[in-house]
Design a protein around this ligand. Sequence first.
Ligand SMILES: Cc1cc2nc3c(=O)[nH]c(=O)nc-3n(C[C@H](O)[C@H](O)[C@H](O)COP(=O)(O)OP(=O)(O)OC[C@H]3O[C@@H](n4cnc5c(N)ncnc54)[C@H](O)[C@@H]3O)c2cc1C
Length: 482
Amino acid sequence: MNGHTNGHTNGHTNGHTSGHTNGPSIQPKVVIIGAGVGGLVAALQLHAHGFTNIDLFEAAAKLTTLGVGINVQPSAVLVLRNLGLLPALESTGIETQELNYYNRFGDPIITEPRGKFAGYDVPQYSIHRGHLQMLLLEAVKERLGEDPVHLNHALESFSNPEDTTEKVKIRFVQRKTQQAAAIPEAEADLLIAADGINSTIRSILYPKEGPPHFSGRILWRGCLEREPYLTSASMVWSGHANQKFIAYPISKASSRSTPSKSLVNWIAELRVRDENDPDLTPPPTDWTNTVPKERFAGAFQDWTFGFLNVPELIDQTDKVYEYPMCDRTPCERWSFGRLTLLGDAAHPMYPIGSNGASQAILDSASLVRELLTCGSLNDIPTALQRYQDDRLPTTAKIVMANRGNGPDHVMQVAHERAPDGFKHINDVIPQDELEGIGLAYKRIAGFEIDKVNEQAAKSEGTAERLGLKSPRAWTVNGPDRQ
Ligand SMILES: Cc1cc2nc3c(=O)[nH]c(=O)nc-3n(C[C@H](O)[C@H](O)[C@H](O)COP(=O)(O)OP(=O)(O)OC[C@H]3O[C@@H](n4cnc5c(N)ncnc54)[C@H](O)[C@@H]3O)c2cc1C
């Protein structure tokens, strides 16, 4: 389990921002818990910057392409570009061109160009979560080797990470049977908790926190192949805070037999519990089981816009999954001595503003940037504090902004002012106000174009300098074998 050697050791540049050019001064034993987007990108980012002693433990016995569509914002795509993943992303996902907001009748509210179409030097991608996870996993295995990835190892407990005289001792079990895992115990100089919204590590650190906070709204998600609509790379958001329908393509030419079609991801969202209900306990969540469409389809039966027939889209979809919309109130600390939280374990947020995966990726970049400043293993707790200072306030603001509907607030304002529809949006919302809502959110979420472009220019050519080769792209049929 120790000393994986197929990493780089010399000549590293800190890809995301300027700074350290000679790789790390320390080689801590790093243990990452969770092989979701956050954990996998953390492993790749550590490896790219010269850390060679990394192990990744994942509770699932097998990683399959679970989930539906997610978005990776330009600020996060930049991190992935510098890890040499751009070609695989380009072929796996869809380069998003625009986001169109409508009311529930399909009257247009506002269109926002996205990614390069908005002036960023790096794209935004809409992508299948499972395909992204698979391509990241493949890159991890190619670069770090197969040995550091341990499936079927659920973290069960760990020793006090604030006792910095000793390594953290971590115990694992196999979840289904609760049997000792093949590697029952590991030790770490640095423990990264990337174990998602139901993080075991967070529940040990915050025993009174309990289950995630339920918004009272449920998302039903599905995807199907269909002919493209609008620009073929357009995201459609329609409705208002208590009833929404979202659709966007996440993969082109997903099936070679129907190359003109794309895989379109959709989300039907409904409030199922009163806004003032004091019960915030979420209904049971299962990412893997399908549910009957009757639970929600009736509420959307007359949602037919010119280019999008919602009842037809729902009807033609084979598998529908149910996701109660949950988050957690931001906590005070992520970093405890040699341990820190990352991604959804640190800041689970409502999937509004398409931010969950992107913020997990930005966490990894910040964490590794701070670790590169360590002169000795004793500096790790300070580096983790600085990572927390950098990322906790920013992500806490996004969590709270998403509770207030984030950029989707334009739809709610339009609905409240014109519940029966409107002829022209400026009759109900002046242009300044309309644009202001989106701009305010972009500032909170770190989507500012100038900042992202400045970092993109500074780190141009990083992946090439590090010799990082792109993994294969993914399709609905598995890895692209072309
Ligand atoms: C199966 C699944 C499907 C999803 N589908 C969607 C979707 O369709 N759309 C969307 O917007 N978001 C989805 N999400 C959430 C989205 O992936 C995250 O918001 C975002 O990518 C941040 O990822 P993360 O790595 O922090 O957390 P996650 O992606 O949740 O990854 C956490 C990982 O940790 C593992 N884990 C949990 N507990 C332990 C433990 N004790 N020991 C070891 N490993 C552990 C989990 O199995 C998981 O692989 C999904 C998450 C999961 C797990």
